[in-house]
Design a binder for this molecule. Structure first.
Ligand SMILES: Cc1cc2nc3c(=O)[nH]c(=O)nc-3n(C[C@H](O)[C@H](O)[C@H](O)COP(=O)(O)OP(=O)(O)OC[C@H]3O[C@@H](n4cnc5c(N)ncnc54)[C@H](O)[C@@H]3O)c2cc1C
Ligand SMILES: NC(=O)c1ccc[n+]([C@@H]2O[C@H](COP(=O)([O-])OP(=O)(O)OC[C@H]3O[C@@H](n4cnc5c(N)ncnc54)[C@H](OP(=O)(O)O)[C@@H]3O)[C@@H](O)[C@H]2O)c1
Length: 660
């Protein structure tokens, strides 16, 4: 379902102290903005020992007007650009009497209430700056802080970085040629119209900051010119009387559906070309959304003049690339922000041109124990993402979640990074852009997979057993109904968990059936599927089911990756082609043997037998290496469960490498 927080989602207040489990890893949270408090809340409720350091005297970061940390870009007309139900934390709706898009002071008040509601204000140390974070000799993290009581260094197992990424102004680099006689400020230092009153103002940039400042300027300045080097699709805040972001789609839908929604919104809002700007060179959905109802009004009223990019500065005028000029005694550069971490040595962590690839935009694969919270640009709000990231890391630290193998993490990270780069036009403002609903859905999926991995491992101290997989849910119900209608029966002991590996030769219908069975029994499913199937709607469906592209030249590599990804299991399930059981048993056996030989893990046999409409589970056993003896086990099991004696089974067609 799409993310919309309702009043009924409000969690009960936490009124009694939450015990801290000192045996769990100790963590440090940097910052108490919306991301830092999301992290602190999750760690607090999970009983994880931690400190949260906040440079300023308040919580809320950006949303604190004139924040004593000197870093907030908040201005007096600022309101959120995602509606309240899309921005609120999942278990704490914004007050019911807030407007659809809350003002900055309301947002700040909301964060204050959040901290008190969940009772963790005492965990935050204010007016204390994290100055240095470096790796200690034992691989943990030394954190040097300076506060009212002086400087000290503490050592932590984990550091959750939530220092924000909209505080370090990005000025044009290189600077525009020419000399300017007036004043120049960055949008970060803009607070109110007083700074603009009676002046000739040029506002530069096409983001949300630029539009808000240009609108305000249009009421108080002598002239307002808005310079845009790349035209954006300017969305409206309301669609048919409702906040437009509430027409939200479930995260499992492909990106192109969200892009289509944005395209409809952009068409409805109308083009900016009538104001003299060139048409955008990108499609809606290929950039960070910008929205303003007022900018059009002020352009229509002639109170704002839109101009193209700047060519040069010329004393008391700005010259634009189309040769036009505008008077100027104040330039407001609303040119975005740099992502920086003053407490890391650049060789340890830095984000040149705002690039910092991370796994699920949170985990640095080279630096265990280092996590980034809220370091995203979302097509949606940052807060629910920071909350989901924090919940995930809290489960990791509590031992309830186990990540996949390192190479899987890196492969996924590279893939996600490549996908995001393709999705949005190249600009430092898009290096961390994520599709909000898809991100939340994907992280939830990963969390569930990691819980299952954790459940198959020996419990670590303080860990809580993961819930049994499956449960209810629409998928399970659908599968139960469909299989029931087709009169499929089950024999053998259905495993509690495992990875179902479809044999490389599995045919299309077989994998549909296999998928249904996996849903029915709540088993994690990974299917090996031919490369050619990853096209069109079928390919999309396959990717959604977690299918894995089979490298036909080297299927063993794919299997290895799959197994590495789901490491930690003590039992493996081998899904068998339905027709293959009877007519192509050799494939069954060779697939089974290959996996067994490569992993050394015990295998749980599974078969689908179409003629008798039977799915069989078990037994779990270690192949002995004696092929014919192992085949006897398999044959007996199959004959016993189906009544069909597969005399015709030929010995497995093992490859040379499988025999080795
Ligand atoms: C003008 C503006 C409007 C925005 N509007 C929206 C919106 O409508 N919706 C949305 O989702 N996002 C919006 N954003 C994005 C914004 O980044 C997020 O809303 C949100 O504030 C991010 O929270 P954060 O905690 O990650 O960062 P911040 O709010 O920047 O908080 C970081 C905190 O960390 C502290 N800190 C930093 N370094 C240290 C240190 N070394 N030691 C100790 N403490 C430290 C800071 O003092 C600060 O309190 C907006 C951004 C801007 C600039
Ligand atoms: N709640 C709100 O209403 C609100 C208000 C303000 C800001 N915000 C949020 O705050 C974040 C920052 O927004 P922002 O508008 O400050 O920055 P931004 O989204 O990064 O936009 C920067 C703009 O400046 C342009 N630019 C960059 N360098 C330039 C240069 N050298 N010359 C001319 N133009 C240049 C960019 O163009 P290119 O695209 O070509 O790089 C882009 O149009 C965003 O997440 C935004 O949504 C929200």
């Amino acid at each position: 379902m799409a993310y919309l927080v309702k009043q009924s989602h409000r969690a009960p207040a936490v009124t009694s102290p939450v015990p801290v489990d000192e045996s769990l890893p100790r963590a440090c949270v940097i910052g108490a903005g919306s991301s830092g408090i999301a992290a602190a809340k999750q760690l607090h409720l999970a009983g994880i020992p931690f400190d949260c350091f906040e440079q300023g005297g308040d919580i809320g970061g950006t949303w604190v007007f004139d924040n004593s940390n000197g870093r907030s870009a908040c201005y007096d007309t600022l309101e959120i650009n995602t509606s309240c139900p899309r921005m609120a934390f999942s278990d704490f709706p914004m007050p019911a009497d807030y407007p659809p898009y809350a003002r900055h002071d309301q947002v700040h008040a909301y964060f204050e209430q959040y901290v008190d509601h969940f009772g963790f204000r005492h965990t935050i140390t204010f007016d204390t700056t994290v100055e240095d974070v470096s790796r200690s000799t034992d691989g943990r993290w030394d954190v040097r802080v300076t506060g009212p009581h002086g400087t000290e260094t503490r050592t932590y197992d984990a550091v959750l970085v939530a220092n924000g990424h909209h505080w370090d102004p990005r000025w044009p680099e290189p600077a525009y040629p020419g000399a300017f006689a007036g004043e120049q400020i960055h949008a970060h230092d803009y607070r109110s119209g007083d700074q603009l009153a009676g002046r000739d103002v040029v506002v530069v940039g096409a983001g949300n900051s630029a539009m808000d400042i240009a609108v305000e300027s249009s009421y108080v300045a002598r002239t307002t010119t808005w310079s845009v080097r790349r035209t954006e699709w300017v969305l409206r805040k309301f669609l048919l009387g409702k906040p437009s972001d509430q027409v939200a789609l479930p995260g499992w839908l492909p990106w192109r559906v969200t892009a289509a929604r944005l395209r409809i919104g952009a068409t409805y809002a109308g083009s900016m070309t009538k104001y003299g700007l060139p048409a955008p060179t990108h499609k809606p959905g290929q950039s960070h959304p910008v929205q303003s109802d007022k900018i059009r009004e002020r352009l229509d009223a002639g109170a704002v003049t839109a101009r193209q990019g700047i060519e040069r500065l010329d004393g008391d005028r700005v010259v634009f690339v189309d040769g036009t000029t505008a008077p100027a005694d104040l330039i407001v550069w609303a040119t975005g922000y740099r992502v920086t971490f003053p407490f890391f040595k650049p060789e340890l962590v830095s984000a040149h041109d705002n690039e910092l690839p991370l796994w699920k935009r949170t985990v640095h694969p080279d630096l265990p124990g280092l996590y980034f919270i809220g370091l995203v640009q979302a097509i949606g709000a940052v807060m629910p993402i920071a909350e989901a990231q924090s919940a995930w890391i809290a489960e990791t630290l509590a031992g309830r979640y186990v990540p996949p193998a390192d190479d899987v993490v890196r492969r996924q990270m590279d893939g996600e990074h490549r996908r995001d780069k393709k999705q949005f036009y190249a600009s430092p403002r898009h290096t961390m852009e994520v599709d909000f609903d898809h991100y939340l859905w994907d992280l939830d999926r990963e969390l569930k997979a990691g819980r299952e991995r954790a459940a198959t491992r020996a419990p670590s101290p303080g860990s809580v057993p993961a819930p049994a997989p499956g449960g209810g849910g629409p998928r399970r119900t659908l599968a139960r109904l469909l299989l029931g209608a087709a009169r499929w029966k089950t024999v053998g002991e259905v495993p509690q968990r495992g990875v179902l590996v479809g044999a490389p030769h599995t045919s299309n219908w077989d994998w549909v059936l296999t998928m249904l069975l996996a849903w029915r029994y709540g088993i994690t499913i990974r299917l090996l599927v031919k490369k050619e199937l990853f096209v069109g709607p079928l390919g999309w469906l396959l990717r959604r089911t977690g299918a894995v592209e089979l490298d036909r030249k080297n299927p063993a590599a794919t299997i290895k990756e799959l197994l590495a990804e789901a490491e930690g299991g003590d039992s493996w399930l081998l899904g068998i082609a339905a027709e293959g059981t009877r007519s192509r048993g050799d494939y069954w056996k060779s697939g089974f043997y290959r996996i067994a030989r490569q992993t050394g893990l015990p295998i749980t046999l599974a078969f689908l037998d179409v003629p008798s409409r039977t799915v069989g589970w078990g037994p779990t056993f270690h192949p002995t290496g004696d092929v014919s003896a192992d085949m006897d086990v398999l044959r007996d099991f199959y004959a016993d469960k189906t009544g069909f004696n597969p005399d015709g089974f030929t010995p497995p067609r093992l490859r040379e490498e499988d025999r080795a």
